[in-house]
Design a protein around this ligand. Sequence first.
Ligand code: NDP
Length: 334
Amino acid sequence: NRRILLATRPDGRARQSDFELVETAIPAPKEGEVLLRNTLISMDPYQRNLMGNGSSELPPMELGTPMSGPTVAIVEESHNPDFAKGDYVQTWTGWQDYAISDGSDLRTLDPGMAPLSTALGVLGHTGLTAWVGMTKYLDDMPGGTFVVSAAAGSVGSMVAQMAKLRDHRVVGIAGGARKIAYLRDEIGVDAAVDYKADDFEAQLARALPDGVDRFFDNVGDYMFEAVMPHFNLNAQAVICGTIAGYSDTGLPDRRDHLPRLLNLILYRFIQVRGFSILDHLDSYPAFLEEVAPWVTAGRIKYREEFIEDFERIPETFLTLFEGGNTGKLIARVG
Ligand code: NDP
């Protein structure tokens, strides 16, 4: 049973040496439990917060324990009447080969419905995050300008396409020419802005002649600061992620934009809300009912990137913080 443990807490940017690969015995399930073998393992930005950092309010995981996170697993042995050997489930068993569950955290998957990997992306927690943010934290409005950051990523690309389905004019922000082309040519945004370009703020201003009505932010920090001045009256922002700050050891030592934000909230009636997908896991059925047909019909496109080596999970996870991925990162280990 291979497991990847958190060995040390990073000071700033996480490194491969913060993890340790160990081999342990395969655990034995008791009455009411199942033995799970992971076949697909997801790598997600929030796992950086679990390692401990200066900006997160999440309790960090304990040193010496395996990284937790979303997985697809097969039931190898069952002592629970609700699951049979050979069932596929979506669960949160993290970076290891085998785990035990009492069944309460398992979602049974139908491998005939969609590729199993979609249960970790477009039809899994990242798709659900996009859908929850859009449907529960931003009021619907006809038309208007919609901005999404980390727009070429797993959550962001889904948000951009949902916003198009809602007839918004969609502006996607991402880093580098390859992602800009992907946003324009495949995701179908109305304008794509490269935040890594020297003229980022000028590009953004050109893409926003009518201001911003809705902002779905996956980045935080300087990204929110750049979009903020463009807010229209009654604009709404949802803070889904602040990946730009996940490696910060404290608050950045820069000009303080808080008075500006408070003035915008007061004089332009801006609403800013955050959310955690963990509070919305019971929305899976409603989410799948709406989104699965869009995916089957090709109205929502998605990308997945696979690695085949369990050992490469830490180094691949770290590329998330440099924009190395386009779409959902998954390790195929079974
Ligand atoms: P992505 O597929 O979007 O991958 C992360 C992307 O973030 C990278 O590809 C990179 O894209 C971008 N990025 C990384 N560092 C920076 C930076 N310093 N500045 C700007 N962009 C950066 O990951 P996910 O779709 O899984 O997650 C997207 C966001 O949603 C994350 O912030 C995550 O924490 C958040 N999230 C929140 C949830 C919630 O419950 N609120 C649940 C799930 C995810 P680029 O090449 O464009 O730089």
